[in-house]
Write a protein that binds this ligand. Sequence first.
Ligand code: ZN
Length: 481
Amino acid sequence: MSGDPAQRFAAIVGSSHALTKADQMAAYISDTRGRYQGSARMVLRPGSVEEVSAILHLASETGTPIIPQGGNTGLVAGGLPLREGEGREIIVSLSRMNRILEVDTDTNTMTVEAGAVLQTIQQAADEANRLYPLSLGAQGSCQIGGTISTNAGGTGVLAYGNTRDLVMGLEAVLPSGAVWNGLSRLRKDNTGYDLKHLFIGGEGTLGIVTKAVLKLFPKPRGRDVAMVGLSSPRAALDLFNAARSMAGNALTAFELMVDTAMEFTLLHAQNKPRRPLAAQHPWYVLLEVSSGRLADDARLLIEDILSSALERGLIADATIAESGQQRANFWALREDMSWAQKPEGASIKHDISVPVGAIPDFIEEADAAVLAITPGARIVNFGHMGDGNLHYNISQPIGWTAQQHFDREPDINEAVYALIAKYGGSISAEHGIGQMKRDRLAASKDATALAMMRQIKTALDPGNIMNPGKVIWPEEPANRA
Ligand code: ZN
């Protein structure tokens, strides 16, 4: 078959689902943080796995680069056209393939299409008296396929693991157009390479995830949340260890927040939140305890944790949410931190992890290094302390322009990532690599690991059509044109 490739692609999905006009494509080619803006040839919105297969088959035949995209809420520009791209790429949006296909309460699984929105999945689990524990700021618009392709983390990781731990099976379309049916519902299946893990966190570089079997969990009967004020990350680490040893797996969240992050949120959040504790503190922890047996268990446990921490002098103040509304308000303070930095100007962002025990030393050294480079920088540090994961963000000094701030970004990044290397941490804890951290990955990851990654990429995607230039280049940088 011949003809203009653009028309052939459009014919697969039908012209009404092939977007080519600039205004139609605008939402698909830029990121929410406003740091990336690309151009694409078209956006295709397939309605079935057969259409996805036909798109990739044609893309292989014509050497057309394909960018899979979910809710476009990613933070490393992994689902966007390449910065150095020339408008040749075709975005494949999974948003029409959004059905929940089956909830199996005996096996405790849910089978979904890749475009289903995370919050819809959470609600469907809830209606079946189950829990799908993945929880993150973008849950109202991010799609499950995107969370799988980026191995999303969020606030439920401490108790339930990353997305990698929540997926039982997958269906994916390979660059050739071949469809892999790996929709297993087996808790045990020890039959060689576990292929789903290539696509989980693969950021669309090996194929397109089209369906998934997710693990469901019992819904907690009780859930209590406390906001704690304390003096230092060291005190927070001591509190974490105490809470963990008292609550075990019932400790379902432990989020650390610096004062600056809290003040930005109190200032900018739209619902004008109240200060959670009577006084201001240098650091805060949001601590959540859940219980499976009786609702009261969580309450007794969290009271025990806090009263013994007060006795030991680990914490300065604490308050337990007295209602579902107050619980939601505490969580909103934490969740609103991501965007509450925006009104404060330009922000240099890091999504990093270090071993949990290294967090106090890392913060002390990183803060000193950043302030030596940019005196007056406002460090907005918060994150999932229980997972060793910090969103170590730096807002511009008051009175600076964004450009002045970003001029020092390379120096600040070098300083932060040198400490990450020192402490055996990761340059990307939960956001992925995309195009933002691709070169840093190449510079920092073990050489043998990079070689294996390239071999896998080349084996599955010999034409390099799947999200090219994201995560990893197929050749050594020296061989690249
Ligand atoms: Zn996070």
